[in-house]
Design a protein. Structure first.
Length: 508
């Protein structure tokens, strides 16, 4: 009997907290009661938790807005939005909305630990971006083009081998192997080795998946996150264990770099940056020039971000581009004709350069449309309402509440993207001749986030994508095994069965 009473206490406390939350809303912000949404979402975060766990929330989020309108309650105090004016209020220049506590679950649970992605302090985040933005700029990243080519060469060797065997492969897996090896070379000056045999080196692919799964779910109940992290961080195969593995891996890389520079193989005072210098070496130079402003922790933090986010998001986008091209034959044919024309005019090298890729208008339209159709992230970009509250679509939202737009909701809005469910690269070319339509589309186009929190590594991804896609289309034929793939959305919307048969292109 005593055990039964003891076990029921947490349940009673949870119910009581939900009743308290509803009562508080009723008396302090009665206008919130008019915000529609699923019935259970009014009382508990459990509804949203189970829908995220289901792995298809990007689609459910679209259906919820179609059913309930521009503001939808997803849990007590959490509201999904899709109105353009509200998006500008929340994410625009000078916004006082900070990242929500959900992002705390993507770092070690300590006030002393933070990252450029998870940092909720807008001022500190801005200072961090200013320290390293030059290293992530496109002009700076062009120094890394040789690193991208080195991994691309090995990837092409693997595809040639698959084509000779007429082999069907998990294309997303191999694109992730490519992305991991490129980010290894760019960040540390050395490939991880994924492309050698297609093996998950050190379990890095599974580790990143564990981190994302745990963090995106634990963040929904973020007040429990420190306890969950403490309980699970010593367990291999857990999200905290995976995060700790990546952290320790990068810490060791920084240690090796410091030893190398201390031993005199690198001159710490040498500000000259040769083209072959990797990201961490460039950061070490910046640290040695500004020892009071840049520390080893900054190197470790940026290295972690590159590994965890840089591999998965790029692989997802590469997969999406190829998937939609293979499902849209006319677009595939048009892109191939453009590449062939550029090749015949000696405007395409064997290793297509980034500059050459930027001169291909249809290629750029294809990339942009695929990013619209299948954004790598699939949950709302949660922001906390600042002191004084905010008006969202006519509703007065009190401070401390959380609002956010899902990029999928923005990108499938028919007001801005007519026939939004169709893959139409031409919309971006036609938009170039219609300034008003192009402006409308760009206002709701957010594949790398919005405002001051736009993804810092977006140019790394753009470099990899722009160089690889035209080489794949020029040199190989691909046949889809499944016309409609399955995806899993646990923050990143990852393809689960993107299988293709590869053959060398038949010359016409």
């Amino acid at each position: 009997m005593h055990i039964l009473i003891f076990c029921s206490i947490p349940f009673v406390l949870i119910i009581a907290s939900h009743i308290f939350r509803l009562g508080k809303e009723l008396f302090t912000a009665p206008s919130l009661l008019s915000i529609p949404g699923p019935f259970l979402a009014r009382f508990t975060r459990l509804w949203y938790f189970t829908r995220v766990l289901n792995g298809n929330f990007e689609k459910e989020n679209l259906d919820l807005h179609a059913k309930y309108g521009p503001v939808v309650r997803l849990s007590p105090g959490h509201y999904s939005i899709n109105n353009k004016a509200d998006v500008k209020t929340v994410y625009g220049a000078g916004s006082r909305f900070t990242k929500a506590k959900w992002y705390d679950a993507f770092k070690e649970p300590s006030p002393d630990n933070w990252s450029v992605f998870s940092d909720r302090d807008n001022k500190r985040h801005g200072e961090t971006r200013r320290k390293f933005s030059s290293l992530y700029s496109m002009s700076s990243l062009l120094h890394y083009e040789g690193f991208v080519d080195a991994s691309a060469d090995i990837f092409m060797e693997r595809l040639n081998e698959f084509s000779q065997r007429e082999q069907t492969i998990d294309f997303h897996h191999w694109l992730q192997c490519y992305s991991f090896d490129v980010i290894g070379q760019i960040t540390f000056g050395q490939r991880f080795g994924f492309l050698d045999k297609g093996e998950d080196i050190m379990g890095a692919i599974s580790t990143v998946r564990q981190i994302l799964t745990f963090s995106c779910l634990a963040g929904i109940y973020v007040e429990w996150y420190p306890l969950l992290y403490k309980l699970l961080n010593s367990l291999p195969g857990s999200g905290p264990g995976g995060l700790l593995f990546i952290i320790n891996f990068v810490v060791d890389k920084v240690r090796q770099l410091n030893e190398k520079r201390t031993q005199g193989t690198e001159k710490a005072s040498d500000a000259t940056i040769p083209k072959t210098q990797d990201f961490m070496e460039r950061m070490a130079i910046a640290r040695d020039e500004n020892p009071g402003k840049i520390t080893d922790y900054h190197l470790e933090m940026m290295g972690n971000s590159n590994v965890v986010a840089g591999s998965d998001t790029t692989a997802i986008t590469l997969s999406a581009i190829m998937y939609y091209l293979l499902r849209t034959p006319y677009a595939h044919s048009r892109l191939r004709r453009e590449i062939d024309e550029f090749t015949s005019r000696d405007r395409c090298s064997q290793r297509i350069t980034f500059k050459e890729s930027q001169e291909m208008p249809y290629l750029q339209a294809v990339i942009k449309e695929a990013l619209r159709m299948h954004n790598a992230t699939g949950l709302p970009l949660w922001r906390e309402v600042p002191a004084g509250g905010a008006e969202i679509n006519g509703h007065v939202i009190p401070q401390g509440s959380v609002v956010g737009i899902n990029t999928w909701v923005a990108h499938y809005d028919e007001e801005f993207f007519p026939d939004a469910k169709s893959f139409i690269p031409e919309r971006w070319i036609e938009g170039a001749t219609d300034a008003e339509q192009l402006r409308k589309m760009n206002e709701m186009y957010m594949p790398f986030g919005l405002g001051g929190r736009t993804c810092l590594g977006r140019h790394i991804s753009t470099l990899e994508i722009s160089k690889l896609i035209p080489q794949l289309i020029r040199d190989f034929d691909f046949e889809l095994e499944n016309q409609n793939w399955t995806t899993e959305n646990l923050w990143f919307v990852k393809p689960m069965d993107f299988r293709v048969k590869i053959s060398l292109r038949k010359k016409e």
